[in-house]
Design a protein around this ligand. Sequence first.
Ligand SMILES: Nc1nc2c(ncn2[C@@H]2O[C@H](COP(=O)(O)OP(=O)(O)O)[C@@H](O)[C@H]2O)c(=O)[nH]1
Ligand SMILES: [Mg+2]
Length: 206
Amino acid sequence: MDLNSKTQLQLKIVLLGNANVGKTSLILNFMSGRFLEQQPNSSGASYSFKLMAIKNEQVKVQIWDTAGQERFSGFTSLYYRDANGCMVVYDVTDPSSLQKSVEIFKTVLQVNPRASFAVIGNKADLQYELSVNQTDVKAAFYQALQDNIDREKIFKRIQFLETSAKLGTNVTQAFEHLAEQSVEAGSVHREKQQDEGCFKKKKGGK
Ligand SMILES: Nc1nc2c(ncn2[C@@H]2O[C@H](COP(=O)(O)OP(=O)(O)O)[C@@H](O)[C@H]2O)c(=O)[nH]1
Ligand SMILES: [Mg+2]
């Protein structure tokens, strides 16, 4: 490991999934522990930063929020093609959002096969409306890899987790685990440490 204190590990995580599954809410909860019943509609993509301690090292994690399904077309590949970690989010009360997350997973994997993946079932606090169970989710993602030569390896590395952005359940775990996996996968890059509060966007992550 490079112990030069003037450089810092940089990591890019993107959240993808249907509109309304809770992507913006997950980020808000992770960044500030807050929750809004009426989350203002997000449009386009935006990012925020969090400094995280991973394996005794401070890592600067860039977290990208994207608008939902309607925006998930060719041009958004800009956001995930150089991502180290991809959080694919569905809503545990909405089976169609699971289908969408499987499609997203397949698309991202084609463009960015080195990415680490977390498959996140959000809104787990709505237990009485729960209509998607973990066994079906895992089966759907395993099925999605049927033509992939690295099927077992990729599947084993996917983190499956149910979260509640409302209650804060498993939110930190989801982000921390994905960040750790991304560092372990080794596709992260190092760059000169910036002054606090100031960051220049760097193109390309590999
Ligand atoms: N009950 C519950 N509602 C949630 C949760 N996460 C998000 N929501 C609500 O679901 C709606 C959509 O959330 P939002 O974060 O905007 O979804 P996005 O379109 O994926 O960014 C908002 O009304 C949120 O308050 C959750 O964990 N539990
Ligand atoms: Mg949003």
